[in-house]
Design a protein around this ligand. Structure first.
Ligand code: GLN
Length: 548
């Protein structure tokens, strides 16, 4: 097996940025000429995060192959620029589900099914699957969700403990990310939480090889030696990961510490220095914008920025491509009405309505869209945002006053957005065939689908291609019965499925930039290559700022 494994665990507390650290290490190893993949193991019991409320979990990141995954996979894709698949994320729920299904089939032949070895074996199988096939990556980074000491995380830690002994020292490396807080009153960094966390890991049988300390400022040589001594690691295997204002600086900061060098030496990886010019250029561009613009994001989850992670990043990427700093103003859609729209959007150079589920806040979104359309403010609607744009247009331009989505008003006479029966049946049949009828719940259109782009449209001006692939996560679709009526009033259907059955992009050519798409382009945006629609939206916002 050529693949080497790096296990990343977290200690002390959550939200230390384990995902970013793993993604940044991946980027550094890639810059050394290695192929890299990353997998996230989530200890919760949901089979996937698709059923979790965004307030609980943050964004659900959708892969090309239609998996609903943890938002860290978004970081992995953005830093590595390789598409993730359902193989790159699993949960305790999925592991147990698999083992219990096998037990029901009688596969364990009368044995008592236990956490060790059955659950741990299944975890090891999932991890090792990354090393299969001719195209297996040189390095697989495995990030274990949660914090060491959590009850749920134990089977995962036990599985990696076993893997370390089975695969051997040269093929496995364990990195522990901890917090080294700075106590202002004492005027010093504190190492005790790190020592305790490593002790906890040791009690499970895992000796970390490298300790990565999250801290406000770089820690002293003396402190590094102290941590190394008390945690049994090489004196040059303690690194600091300091707070940064721009997350794309993390790979450069870790490189400056010699982090990837140490990883490469310990894993005996080919010794080529990392080539990081593109990262340096990126950080320089971020630091030297020509202008600042403000984009309003009108949504329901505005108090939890994690819910719009990829969206946030895609807007930043659009800013990088246009040499502007993008200031995001999160506006709670439940607070918007006709009387306060102008006040709320004063000073905004673009308005974006993102995806979402449920009726709460929808009328505010529709009001925001009307404001953008009538006042020529660049508008970008994504998924539910596109659906709301269609509803707004049908209500106020085509005079279908009760127009709505079937999701919100099944009794409406003008359901411009509806559950497309043919598609719904097709999908349900497919799932029944695939999962033997056990999965009737999965009725969403998920994952990558092709989309034809019509020439001479804003969509075509952005993509410059007539066929693209974009990722979906929704149930409802545009209702073709209203296509003609809306087209007559000036709406253009610039993106459709190859068989013309599904509307994927709508736009209003009369407007400076008004576009809605049924898919989620934010998932495919990269820091070094902004998604074309985000690039063009921000370009329009910049024009609006310069020439209101
Ligand atoms: N609720 C809408 C649907 O299911 C939109 C979903 C979304 O924005 N992701 O079609």
């Amino acid at each position: 097996m050529k693949t080497k494994f790096i296990f990343v665990t977290g200690g002390v507390l959550s939200s230390l940025g384990k995902g970013l650290a793993a993604a940044s290490l991946g980027a550094l190893l890639q810059a050394r000429g290695l192929s890299v993949t990353i997998q996230k193991l989530d200890p919760y019991m949901n089979v996937d995060p698709g059923t979790m409320n965004p307030f609980q979990h943050g964004e659900v990141f959708v892969t090309d192959d239609g998996a609903e995954t943890d938002l860290d996979l978004g970081h992995y894709e953005r830093y590595l620029n390789v598409p993730m698949t359902r193989k790159n994320n699993t949960t305790s729920g999925a592991i147990y589900n698999h083992v219990i299904a096998k037990e029901r089939r009688g596969d364990y032949l009368g044995a008592t099914v236990q956490v060790i070895p059955h659950i741990t074996d299944e975890i090891k199988r999932v991890v090792l699957s990354l090393a299969e096939g001719d195209n297996a990556a040189d390095v697989a980074i495995i990030e274990i969700g949660g914090t060491v000491g959590d009850i749920e995380g134990l089977p995962f830690l036990e599985a990696i403990r076993q893997l370390r002994s089975e695969l051997g020292r040269d093929n496995c490396l364990s990195i522990h990310l901890t917090l080294v807080p700075y106590l202002r009153s004492a005027g010093e960094h504190k190492t005790k939480p790190t020592q305790h966390s490593v002790k906890e890991l040791l009690s499970i049988g895992i000796q970390p090889d490298i300790i990565l300390c999250r801290c406000e400022q770089s820690i002293s040589e003396e402190l590094r030696r102290k941590i190394a001594l008390f945690c049994n690691v090489d004196h040059d295997a303690v690194f600091s990961s300091v707070d940064v204002s721009n997350i794309y600086e993390v790979p450069l900061k870790l490189y400056a510490e010699g982090f990837d060098q140490k990883v490469a030496i310990m894993l005996r990886l080919p010794a080529r220095n990392a080539l990081l010019e593109n990262w340096e250029k990126l950080v320089h561009t971020c630091a030297t914008p020509e202008k600042k613009i403000t984009i309003a994001i009108v949504g329901k989850y505005v108090n939890l920025k994690e819910a719009y992670k990829s969206l946030h990043e895609a807007l930043v990427h659009g800013g990088i491509a246009n040499r502007v700093e993008v200031d995001l103003r999160y506006v709670n859609s439940e607070m918007i009405d006709e009387s306060n729209a102008a006040e709320n959007f004063c000073g905004c150079h673009g308005i974006l309505v993102p995806g979402g589920f449920g009726y709460r806040g929808v009328e505010g979104k529709i009001t925001a869209i009307r404001y953008a359309r009538e006042n020529h403010v660049p508008f970008f609607g994504i998924c539910l945002g596109m659906q709301c744009a269609v509803i707004e247009f049908a209500r106020h331009m085509a005079n279908f006053a009760d127009s709505n989505s079937e999701e919100f008003d099944p009794a409406s006479q003008h359901k411009v957005i509806y559950l497309m029966k043919e598609w719904f049946d097709l999908r349900t049949n497919h799932l029944e065939k695939r999962d033997g009828g056990s999965n009737k719940g999965g009725t969403m259109r998920l994952g990558a689908y092709p989309c034809k782009i019509l020439p001479e449209t804003r969509a075509f001006a952005a993509y410059g291609e007539s066929l693209v692939e974009e990722r979906h996560r929704h149930r409802y679709e545009f209702n073709n019965a209203f296509k003609e009526a809306l087209a007559e009033k000036g709406m253009v259907f610039s993106g459709v499925s190859p068989d013309d059955a599904l509307v994927e992009i709508v736009e209003i050519p009369e407007h400076p930039w008004f576009l809605g798409c049924q898919f989620h382009p934010e998932f495919k945006s990269r820091p070094m290559k902004a998604h074309p629609l985000f690039r063009e939206f921000i370009a329009a916002a910049r024009r609006h700022a310069e020439n209101p």
